[in-house]
Design a protein around this ligand. Structure first.
Ligand SMILES: [Zn+2]
Length: 397
């Protein structure tokens, strides 16, 4: 609640976009809390921040947690911020109880998870995992032409730690606790989701080409109506994803009609397709079904269709041992839980490429996120933080 004062919006949300003055103030406050908890702070070349509580074994690699404190333009208090502050609470609890761990404990926050001002999304964790080249990231510009590197410099967070390097060696384990951002846990009445992995994603740009024609003189049977073909393709996307239940997702969220005039049969439509699935075979099925159905719809409507795949994230399966630590922690605490798959991207998905990783979900009100009214119950927030504590202790003692 204190962090949410920085960039607070009238409807109770937060606007703290990456590398703005508000982001700087949020970062400064969390660093102040890290220092108060006696942690040593490092900042890397892309502004990722790592705070370490020393362990007793100088040879042990750190057990880490983290998330992000940047938000959407009209974001909520909990997305990302909960995970970072839960990590801080783990350290405060260890301090209060005088518990020393064998392995160091680290709490990280990653630069620009949201990707709203600078692309790509999950920028800091992606650079850490070697998915993005550091020089390329530092040169990425926002719509005003301001570069990531210059903005990091301006807010005082262009660090010197080499991106992707961890003193003493890569994390022995990484855990991230996050609100679910979906409705499943709330619907099941469960406080904890044991996250198995994240859905793979394939995004497409589709162009349907017909012919512009006058809406009056052109009889129905003689049209090349790109919008009608598109409507049938949107329906097909829905049907294709339903056939891959429960883990298939298919969404058309962007449509651009040309010439977009009420008395012209549309000659061209561009639209997006977003397919997600937990298995690559599922994505392959949906890809093949889409190509087959779109071709048939185009043929029947005397249209041309062009499909370009523009984004691809492989399905991510989290580390079995880390997932096991999360499940045992929930069970030991007497917290009812279920296995769940993340439909959204998270920093943990990139960290999973370089370190054994697991995630913990807690419910959020009505499953709503990326919205100022995003909310979560204190008992669920506490449950998630306690599971994080015990999962980290499982690996760090
Ligand atoms: Zn998030």
């Amino acid at each position: 609640m204190d962090l949410a004062h920085i960039g607070a919006t009238p409807k109770g949300g937060v606007r703290r976009i990456a590398l703005t003055d508000e982001d700087r103030q949020g970062r400064d406050l969390v660093l102040h809390w890290f220092h108060e908890a006696g942690m040593a702070v490092r900042i890397d070349e892309v502004g990722n921040v790592f705070a370490r509580r020393a362990g007793t074994d100088p040879a042990a690699r750190a057990v880490a947690t983290g998330s992000h404190i940047d938000t959407q333009p009209s974001g909520g208090k909990f997305d990302g911020n909960f995970g970072v502050l839960a990590g801080l609470e783990v350290v405060r609890t260890l301090n209060d109880r005088g518990i020393r761990t064998r392995a160091p404990i680290e709490v990280a926050f990653w630069t620009n998870e949201e990707g709203t001002r600078f692309t790509p999304v999950m920028m800091g964790s992606g650079a850490f995992a070697g998915v993005f080249d550091v020089a390329r990231i530092l040169g990425e510009k926002d719509l005003a032409g301001l570069a990531v590197g210059d903005e990091l410099e301006r807010i005082g967070y262009r660090g010197t730690q080499a991106c992707g390097e961890v003193p003493g060696g890569m994390f022995a384990a990484y855990f991230e606790v996050h609100i679910e951002q979906g409705p499943v846990l709330e619907a099941q009445g469960l406080p904890i989701g044991v996250v198995q992995g994240a859905l793979g994603q394939q995004w497409y740009d589709v162009t349907v080409t017909g012919m512009d024609a006058h809406a009056g003189p052109t009889p129905m049977g003689l049209r090349h109506d790109a919008m009608l073909g598109t409507a049938r393709m949107v329906e097909a996307v829905n049907r294709i994803a339903l056939a891959e239940a429960p883990d298939g997702r298919g969404t058309v969220g962007f449509v651009q009609v040309t010439p977009n005039s009420r008395n012209v049969v549309p000659g061209e439509v561009r639209f997006s397709v977003d397919f997600r699935h937990a298995q690559q075979t599922g994505l392959d099925h949906m890809d093949a079904a889409m190509r087959r159905e779109f071709a048939a719809i185009a043929d029947a409507g005397r249209l041309q269709v062009a499909i370009a795949q523009v984004v691809k994230f492989d399905p991510c399966a989290f580390d079995a041992a880390c997932v096991g630590s999360v499940r045992r922690a929930a069970e030991a605490l007497g917290l009812p839980c279920m296995d769940i798959v993340s439909g959204a991207g998270h920093d943990a998905v990139y960290v999973a490429r370089v370190a054994p990783t697991g995630m913990i979900f807690v419910p959020c009100k009505d499953g709503i996120s990326h919205n100022e009214i995003e909310d979560a119950l204190p008992e669920h927030i506490a449950a998630g933080a306690n599971v994080l504590l015990h999962a980290m202790l499982d690996r760090a003692t």
